[in-house]
Ligand binder design. Structure first.
Ligand code: ADP
Length: 392
C-alpha cells in the first residue's frame, strides 16, 4: 500500500518536473527569438544605437553608429574615452549626465561629435539611463541621428542672412540720417512733400527694425551667455510702457500698469525691457482703436523657485486656437484683420521667447479670437545668497 503511494508521488513529481522543463524550453526559445529580433534591429537600424557607462566607456555600438563616426569595427572605437579631456570638445556631457541623473532620460539633445578622422558630425540623440534595483545607473542607452547636412544648410542660411543684414545696416543708417536732416531742416515744404518724407521716415524705421530683428535672431540662436545682474522690475516695466504711450494715445488705446510690488530680479535689464516692450507693442498693434492694454506683475514660483510673473493682456483681435502652438516660432504670423495693416516679420515673439529663456524664465500665452490675448512670462526673483551687482 505504502510502496504504491511512493511510486505515485514520484510519478507526480516527475511529471511536474517534465512540465517545468518544457516550459523552460519554451521560454528559452522565445528568449532566443526575441534576442535574434533585437540583434536584427540593432544591426540594421538606420539610426545609431549605443550603450555607454556613466564613466564614459563604450560598451556597445551598432554598425550605423560606427559608419557615422568613421570606424570599421567596434574594436576601433571601444577604447574611446567619452569623459577624456578634449576628445569630445563640443559634447555637452555634463548636461547630458545631469539630465539622465535627474530625469532618467534625455530627449532630442543636439551635439557635435568628433569622427575618427577629426572632422565633426552633428547629431541628435535620445538617451535613457538603465538602473539596477537600487536605482544606481548601470549604463546609458541611446539612439543617434546624423543631422550634419541639416546643420550645414542652417549654417549657410544663417551666414547669408547675417551678411545681408550687416550689409544693409550701413546704407540704411545713412538713409535714416539724411531723411532726419530733410525732415528737420527743410521747412516750408508743401503738405504733399512733407507727407512723402513722413512715409519715407516710417518705412526706413521699419526696415531698420527688420534688420535688427534678423541680427538678434542670429545672435540669440547661439544662446549667448549673459552676465546676470540684480535690478528692480518696476522702472523697467514703466520704461517699456512709456515707449508705446504716444502711439497708444494717437489710437485712443489705454495702457494700464498695475504692479503689485517692486520686485528685484536676477536677469538682464535691457533684455527684460525688450521683452515687455515687444509684448506691449504687439498688444497695441493687434487691438482695435479704443482698446485697453493691461500690464501686471505679481509673485509666483516655478518648481519651488521664487519667480515674478509679468502679464500683458489686451482686448484685441486675439489669436485662433489652431495657431497657438506656432506663435513663438520663427517667422510665424497668424492671419487676423489687423495683420496686413500692422505689418511685421513674425520674429518678435521668437526673440521674446529666447530672451525669457536665456534669463531662466518661462513664457506662454492664452488667447481667443475676437476676445483678446494674454501673454505671461516668469523671471527669477533675486536669490540673495548670490551677491549679484545691483543695477539702478
Ligand atoms: P509680428 O508682429 O512681427 O508679425 P510677432 O512674432 O511679434 O511678429 O507675432 C507673431 C504673430 O502673433 C503676429 O503676426 C500675430 O498674428 C500674433 N500676435 C502676437 N501678439 C498678438 C496679440 N497681442 N494679439 C493678437 N495677435 C498677436
Amino acid at each position: 500500500m505504502d510502496k504504491i503511494a511512493i511510486k505515485n508521488d514520484q510519478d507526480y513529481e516527475i511529471s511536474i518536473l517534465r512540465e517545468r522543463i518544457s516550459e523552460l524550453e519554451g521560454l528559452t526559445e522565445r528568449l532566443r527569438q526575441s534576442e535574434e529580433r533585437y540583434r536584427y534591429f540593432f544591426e540594421t537600424s538606420p539610426v545609431g544605437i549605443y550603450r555607454t557607462t556613466p564613466e564614459g566607456r563604450i560598451l556597445l555600438c551598432n554598425q550605423r553608429l560606427l559608419d557615422m563616426l568613421g570606424y570599421d569595427s567596434f574594436e576601433g572605437i571601444k577604447d574611446r574615452d567619452l569623459e577624456g579631456d578634449g576628445s569630445e570638445p563640443y559634447y555637452p556631457r555634463a548636461r547630458f549626465k545631469q539630465l539622465l541623473k535627474i530625469k532618467g532620460e534625455a530627449e532630442i539633445l543636439e551635439a557635435a561629435w568628433i569622427k575618427k578622422d577629426g572632422s565633426i558630425i552633428y547629431v541628435r540623440e535620445n538617451a535613457r539611463a538603465v538602473k539596477d534595483k537600487n536605482g544606481e545607473i548601470i549604463y546609458y542607452e541611446g539612439r543617434v541621428e546624423d543631422i550634419t547636412e541639416r546643420k550645414n544648410l542652417e549654417q549657410a542660411k544663417e551666414d547669408f542672412i547675417s551678411t545681408a543684414a550687416h550689409e544693409l545696416r550701413t546704407p540704411l543708417t545713412s538713409l535714416q540720417g539724411y531723411l532726419a536732416l530733410l525732415d528737420k531742416e527743410h521747412h516750408g515744404l508743401a503738405d504733399k512733400e512733407q507727407a512723402y518724407i513722413n512715409k519715407l521716415v516710417k518705412a526706413a524705421h521699419r526696415l531698420h527694425e527688420i534688420v535688427e530683428d534678423l541680427l538678434s535672431v542670429i545672435r540669440l540662436d547661439h544662446r549667448p551667455n549673459v552676465d546676470l545682474v540684480a535690478f528692480q522690475l518696476e522702472p523697467v516695466m514703466e520704461e517699456a510702457a512709456n515707449e508705446w504711450r504716444l502711439k497708444a494715445k494717437e489710437e485712443r488705446k489705454s495702457i494700464i500698469l498695475e504692479t503689485q510690488g517692486d520686485y528685484v530680479i536676477q536677469g538682464e535689464p535691457e533684455y527684460t525691457k525688450k521683452i515687455i516692450s515687444n509684448l506691449i507693442g504687439n498688444a497695441v498693434k493687434y487691438t482695435e482703436n479704443g482698446g485697453t492694454i493691461r500690464i501686471t506683475n505679481s509673485r509666483s514660483a516655478d518648481d519651488n523657485q521664487p519667480m515674478v510673473l509679468v502679464t500683458v493682456e489686451d482686448n484685441g483681435v486675439g489669436i485662433a486656437k489652431e495657431h497657438h502652438q506656432d506663435i513663438f516660432t520663427k517667422f510665424f504670423r497668424a492671419p487676423n484683420p489687423l495683420s496686413v495693416k500692422a505689418g511685421g516679420t513674425g520674429l518678435g515673439l521668437y526673440i521674446v521667447r529666447q530672451l525669457v529663456e536665456i534669463q531662466h524664465g518661462r513664457i506662454w500665452m492664452e488667447s481667443e479670437r475676437g476676445v483678446g490675448s494674454k501673454f505671461s512670462f516668469t523671471l527669477p526673483l533675486l536669490d540673495k545668497s548670490r551677491q549679484l551687482p545691483l543695477i539702478q
